[in-house]
Design a protein around this ligand. Structure first.
Ligand SMILES: *Cc1c(COP(=O)(O)O)cnc(C)c1O
Length: 218
């Protein structure tokens, strides 16, 4: 009951044209079904094995988003069904996604992950690197992969000014790039703790886990 209620509360305050991804990592089939029965159809996972296991057991009309770091050797497991890959950070990975998209005769939508947090993180591109990928002839020639937008994660901090600054920066760069790269439509930013700020800064896709399903026990 709580899950449906949490979902409703979040949806009540969402601007139009915002996609809410229910991040179900570590959560059970039963918990996911509770969200499904409340009408939720878009779910996100950050581990390939868990994503594949859940996809097999759950209804076919769920759109599954891979929101975590993706290793090239695991693309093949999610290529048949994944609806959006959020954390692409190299041409090599795009090449692999394109290869498996071709194998399954489908186009796979992707976002480029931009590093906006101050924390040391291994993943994510800076804007210049992202632009280089968008400009690359090799990437433009890939027929089974599309780059539809950008994704970013703010620093994990209580300092709302810093979070606002990081999301604001990404939105500004998103607007600049999407003026020349018309394929860029999605700006994925905002999690349970910071999605209000992300929306205020212009996010149109939020990834919410604990505010829907409760805290995770690893
Ligand atoms: C876990 C996760 C989320 C959701 O986190 P919550 O704080 O539980 O909302 C969002 N994005 C990514 C990439 C994640 O790994």
């Amino acid at each position: 009951m709580k899950i449906a209620e949490n979902l409703q509360n979040i949806k009540n305050n969402l601007p139009e044209n915002t996609t809410l991804i229910a991040v179900s990592k570590t959560k059970s089939i039963e918990e996911i079904m509770e969200a499904y029965d409340a009408g939720q159809r878009v779910f996100g996972e950050n581990k390939v094995q868990e994503l594949v296991g859940k996809q097999e057991k759950l209804p076919e009309d769920i759109q599954w988003h891979m929101i975590g770091h993706l290793q090239r050797n695991k693309v093949k497991y999610i290529a048949p069904f994944v609806s959006l890959i959020h954390a692409v950070d190299s041409v090599k990975l795009l090449k692999e996604i394109n290869k498996h998209g071709k194998k399954h005769q489908r186009n796979i939508d992707c976002l480029l992950q931009i590093k906006i947090a101050e924390e040391e993180s291994k993943f994510g591109l800076d804007i210049a690197e992202a632009e280089k990928i968008l400009n690359s002839e090799e990437v433009k020639s890939m027929e089974h992969v599309s780059i539809n937008g950008l994704m970013g994660m703010a620093t994990f901090t209580d300092d709302t000014n810093q979070i606002r600054k990081e999301f604001g920066y990404l939105k500004k760069e998103f607007d600049r790039l999407s003026a020349s790269y018309l394929c860029l439509k999605i700006l994925s930013m905002g999690m349970s703790g910071d999605y209000q700020i992300a929306l205020e800064q212009g996010s149109n896709m939020i990834r919410i886990g604990s505010a829907i399903f409760g805290e995770r026990n690893y």
